[in-house]
Design a protein around this ligand. Structure first.
Ligand code: RP5
Length: 193
């Protein structure tokens, strides 16, 4: 089994950061600053957003995960979004559910690309989250993914594609990841145990 190690990312201000990604030992991280910030509105979003972190980990991309609520911690949101670019983040993945303002508010406060993940809500199965995130008026874009796990995984893959434009080694890892996925699809269905 592949051994993982915790990569402690050090911010430009020299502060050790927590909740960083685990990467396989044989992968080298090119930057000491995590390029991807994963934010979510609540602890209850973590089960979904963990799928984004798992995908980044599989691709050797460092991340930092934080709870930032547009409703309950608006000042934390403001402080995070206003400093995200200076901190060295390059992409923000934001997951939120219900009246999901987090991705749009974040995008309004930073020039970094923001990818939104609609969390599957109990009341409306995530359709509320989807509409809240996807229907941004012209001028402030949020790249919106699918509801739930698929959206979290794809947000990470989309982030990887963007970062791979300037990172040949990552581009190779992403291509290998896709080849592995393709190879895993049988030509014919079979009974599952
Ligand atoms: C949103 O409210 C969060 O993103 C979460 O999806 C939803 C419910 O939050 P909890 O009541 O479970 O904390 O802000």
């Amino acid at each position: 089994m592949e051994q993982n190690r915790i990569v402690h990312i050090v911010s430009p201000k020299g502060k050790p950061q927590e909740n960083c990604g685990l990467v396989p030992d044989d992968l080298k991280i090119s930057s000491m600053t995590a390029p991807v910030a994963i934010i979510m509105g609540s602890q209850s979003d973590w089960a979904t957003m963990k799928n984004a972190t798992d995908t980044l980990t599989a691709l050797g991309i460092a991340y930092e995960a934080r709870i930032v609520s547009a409703h309950r911690t608006p000042e934390r949101l403001y402080a995070f979004a206003k400093s995200a670019k200076a901190e060295g983040f390059r992409i923000i993945i934001a997951g939120a559910g219900g009246a999901a303002h987090l991705p749009g508010m974040t995008a309004a406060l930073t020039e970094l690309p923001v990818f939104g993940v609609p969390i599957e809500s109990k009341a409306l199965s995530g359709v509320d989250s989807l509409y809240s995130i996807v229907q941004m008026p012209a001028g402030i874009p949020v790249g919106t993914l699918a509801i739930g796990k698929a959206g979290a995984v794809n947000a990470a893959l989309l982030a990887a594609s963007v970062l791979a434009l300037n990172d040949a080694a990552l581009a190779e890892r992403l291509a290998a990841w896709r080849t592995k996925q393709t190879d895993a699809v049988n030509e014919r269905p079979e009974d599952q145990a």
